[in-house]
Design a protein around this ligand. Structure first.
Ligand SMILES: *Cc1c(COP(=O)(O)O)cnc(C)c1O
Length: 401
């Protein structure tokens, strides 16, 4: 039995079956490359759903983590430590917000924002007790907690997991008029992804985000941008909202904030919102711990020093043009922004998964999102030559049978 086979059988025997991974067993990563237990090399075109914008084991981030491991790793927020303050200051200065609240996962950042804008709504807007509403979009992905899946429109994410938290109102994505119509005296927030990543790399028409920001400002509703996947350079700007020159009231970061090493997430907002929280209102044992803060600081430094958004912008346009030019009979559409790219496979060509399996055979790691979309989201440190190599393999697969 091959080493791969042994690992697959072991994982299948002992793991809960909440995932269906591609049959590859990885043991080493560096930059944009991964190696499996047989010594085969793969190009990572998923980047752990954009958590690896800086690539695998970026030397500066590894060094920061190692240095911090040798000093102090966990204090809880019962005490101060010398990393959390600098991390939050650097994060706020970079993003242009007054305050930040550190958590661990993206879903926790979303949950934090839900609590925050509800409390803000009751205290500052005078919303009637227990009536606060948050508007969300069809096709959303904000994480997997019971509250969050309660407002998912993917039936599998909900089926069997109710009862769900009330207080959310669904509207179509990319429809600003629907937002305007959905807002009532009870509405405290609008939670939206600038581009729907898990939803299939859905890019709203230009002008949507600006219009949504205007509506929220006019109606006194907090605009909450979930930039967990689109933020930190992925779409060709530091934050995807910059494409339309708007500034959300609350932004949510995660994934690449941990530099591919450690889970780090955060909610950013001005004091007007953040001051709704008083001591004891919210917390997390690990949120903002010294190791997370040191890793987060290094993760941000790499993004800024290497101007990763610029690479995503330049290479993304070129990559999408080249994908279009493949003129594959299986492809319905190529869409995306920066290095967040979706290739929509025609229904008649079968589900996207078989193409991902064929790409795996050719040394490219990519994963379908929903049934029909292959997502290409390599580390932003990728070079044009490396992408050129990927295009050869992608072309062979997409022009094949
Ligand atoms: C991945 C993701 C989340 C959830 O992040 P986790 O760290 O998996 O909890 C939330 N929002 C968006 C837009 C995401 O892509």
């Amino acid at each position: 039995m091959s080493r791969t086979q042994r690992h697959l059988e072991e994982a299948e025997r002992w793991s809960a079956s909440n995932y269906r991974p591609l049959p590859v067993v990885l043991e080493r990563g560096e930059g944009v490359w991964l190696w499996d237990v047989e010594g085969r090399r793969y190009l990572d075109m998923l980047s752990s759903y954009s958590a690896l914008n800086q690539g695998h084991r970026h030397p500066a981030i590894v060094a920061a983590a190692q240095a911090q491991l040798g000093r102090l790793t966990l204090t809880s927020r019962a005490f101060h430590n010398d990393q959390t303050g600098p991390f939050l200051r650097e994060l706020c200065e970079l993003a242009g917000y007054e305050k930040a609240l550190p958590m661990n996962t993206g879903a926790e950042a979303v949950e934090t924002a839900i609590k925050l804008v509800r409390k803000w709504g009751y205290e500052r807007k005078g919303v009637a007790a227990g009536r606060a509403e948050i508007v969300v979009c069809e096709g959303n992905f904000h994480g997997r907690t019971t509250t969050i899946v309660g407002f998912s429109t993917v039936s599998q994410y909900r089926r069997g997991f109710g009862p769900f938290t009330p207080g959310f109102k669904l509207i179509p994505y990319a429809d600003a008029d629907a937002l305007e119509a959905a807002i009532t005296e009870h509405t405290v927030g609008f939670l939206v992804e600038p581009i729907q990543g898990e939803g299939g790399v859905v890019v709203p028409p230009s002008g949507y985000l600006r219009r949504v920001a205007e509506i929220c400002r006019e109606r006194g509703v907090a605009l909450i941008a979930d930039e967990v996947q689109t933020g930190l350079g992925r779409t060709g700007r530091l934050f995807a909202w910059e494409w339309e020159g708007v500034r959300p009231d609350v932004i949510l970061l995660g994934k690449a904030l941990g530099g591919g090493i450690y889970p780090v997430s955060a909610v950013l907002a001005d004091a007007e919102y953040m001051d709704a929280f008083a001591p004891g209102d919210h917390g997390s044992t690990f949120g903002g711990n010294p190791l997370a803060a040191a890793v987060g600081r290094a993760a941000l430094r790499v993004i800024v020093e290497e101007e990763l958004w610029r690479r995503a912008d330049e290479l993304g346009c070129w990559f999408m043009d080249r994908l279009q030019a493949l003129a594959s009979p299986h492809v319905e559409q190529v869409r995306g922004r920066g290095l967040l790219v979706g290739v929509v496979i025609k229904e008649s060509s079968g589900p996207a998964r078989r193409f991902c399996e064929a790409l795996l055979e050719r040394g490219i790691l990519a994963k379908e999102t929903h049934e029909q979309v292959i997502r290409f989201a390599p580390p932003l440190i990728i070079t044009r030559d490396e992408l050129e190599g990927a295009l050869a393999a992608i072309g062979a697969v997409l022009r094949g049978p």
